[in-house]
Write a protein that binds this ligand. Structure first.
Ligand code: GLN
Length: 430
């Protein structure tokens, strides 16, 4: 059987192919001469399956889509507080190349606008390490997100640099406020090189999936950045990734996203997928016209909007069984899926309601695929309380799904590693 997913992607791509509205970026000849009809969509799941249709292997410059990734690198290298000292996290509501500096401090409002991205770029590498090293680290970092060595389009780089007057003005302003400490001309050179890195729509989908996957690359399995950094980056993409169209984007599409003036657009749905589109004609905000349309279709068809995530709570209890034996009554709670706060709350509630006097309570956690720390702590607290009431508490966990199953002072929790062992225990009663 052929997977239906590429056919679906081709279908939505065809449905918006006829729209030729918008204009290519015209500030450098290379972008102005791009083939305007190019169109591609790619989707990468967090477990590393890539579906790509259209001009999926066409290369184009990453431009502003580099910003969230370099922000991630800065957070990873410098830490949160040093990075936040230099670049804020408030949406500016302004265009990408607006000055948008805080009046008193000169700190750029966020890392998605050019001012913030230039400041962020300057944070890469050891202080004083020099422009060359910084550029190499940025290229290596972007390549780690893509899972392959990326290259710079030297012609785009040279053209961009010739016309980088506004970015140079921004960098000099930042230097005057002490936000950047290096030579502003060198920093803009590096930032411009960062924008001139060549990618395909496939690369972008994989890069987005790395963010969606808590910073772990979906195919190379490398932890490129920590989950905490990925969370920070996705949050800033949600509020500022689409500049002065951020509110419209978040209400209609609802996926953390970033666009670039070469026509790329990328979105990362946490825990699920990375999506990317490529089509060079841009709207007045500098976002790809057909890219925005494709994302709207995808989000509606696939239920991807962040505010529509279904409740996981009710599915956590797969089965609750009771049986009686000569040494009293037992109740087995078979859990499945993810154990976080809302799911552990359901377990705690059901134990209170269903096992008020049961002598023995068994938690079968074999089918849990993810245990959040809060879920672990809550389940162990339930075990502790049951044990202190004098019940026998047993955990069926052959693969160590629940790490460190120690319920705390005065309580006992017996861990059983096979169903046979559990049946042995139960039938000893019968
Ligand atoms: N290189 C462009 C610039 O800094 C990138 C802008 C963008 O993609 N929005 O002006």
């Amino acid at each position: 059987m052929k997977s239906p997913i590429p056919d679906y992607l081709s279908g939505i791509m065809d449905s918006c192919a006829a729209d030729v509205s918008g204009e290519r970026a015209a500030y450098i000849p290379e972008l102005a001469a791009a083939d305007p009809d190019r169109l591609a969509v790619a989707l990468c799941t967090v477990d590393g399956v890539v579906y790509a249709v259209g001009d999926a292997d066409a290369e184009f410059t990453i431009q502003s889509i580099s910003k969230p990734f370099v922000y991630a690198l800065a957070l990873a290298e410098r830490g949160f507080s040093s990075t936040l000292d230099k670049v804020g996290v408030e949406p500016s509501g302004d265009a990408f190349n607006d000055f948008s500096l805080e009046p008193d401090t000169g700190r750029p409002r966020n890392p998605m606008i050019n001012a913030g991205a230039i400041a962020t770029h300057s944070l890469i590498g050891e202080p004083g390490a020099g422009a060359e090293e910084r550029q190499e680290r940025v290229l290596a970092g972007l390549s780690a997100f893509a899972g392959r060595r990326l290259e710079v389009d030297e012609r785009v780089f040279a053209s961009e640099l010739e016309t980088a007057h506004r970015n140079l003005a921004l960098a000099h302003m930042l230097r005057s406020y002490g936000i950047i400490e290096d030579d502003p001309v060198e920093v803009v050179r590096g930032y411009t090189r960062q924008c001139s890195v060549l990618v395909t729509v496939r690369d972008l989908a994989v890069m987005a999936a790395t963010l969606a996957n808590g910073g772990r690359h979906p195919t190379t399995d490398v932890q490129v950045i920590s989950a905490r950094v990925a969370r920070q980056v996705l949050s800033v993409m949600t509020t500022s990734g689409m500049y002065d169209a951020a509110g419209d984007w978040v209400t209609t599409v609802g996926i953390p996203a970033k666009s670039g003036v070469a026509g790329g657009l990328l979105g990362a749905l946490p825990g699920q997928v990375g999506v990317a589109t490529f089509s060079p004609r841009l709207d007045k905000h500098g976002h790809s016209v057909r890219g925005v349309q494709l994302f709207r279709r995808l989000t509606d068809d696939m239920g991807m909007h962040l505010m529509e995530i279904p409740s996981p709570g009710q599915a956590v209890l797969r089965k609750v069984r009771t049986f009686d034996g000569p040494h009293g009554s037992s109740m087995v709670f078979q859990l499945q899926g993810r154990l976080g706060f809302t799911t552990a709350e359901v377990v705690a509630r059901e134990v209170v309601e269903q096992a008020p006097t049961t002598d023995r309570v068994i938690f079968d956690v074999e089918l849990l695929y993810k245990v959040e720390e809060v879920g672990r702590v809550m389940l162990l607290e339930v075990c502790r309380r049951l044990s202190l009431e004098g019940r026998e508490v047993i955990l069926l966990d052959s693969e160590g799904v629940l790490p460190n199953p120690v319920p705390g002072s005065g309580a006992t929790l017996k861990v059983v590693t096979s169903r046979e062992e559990l049946i042995g225990l139960a039938s000893a009663d019968q």
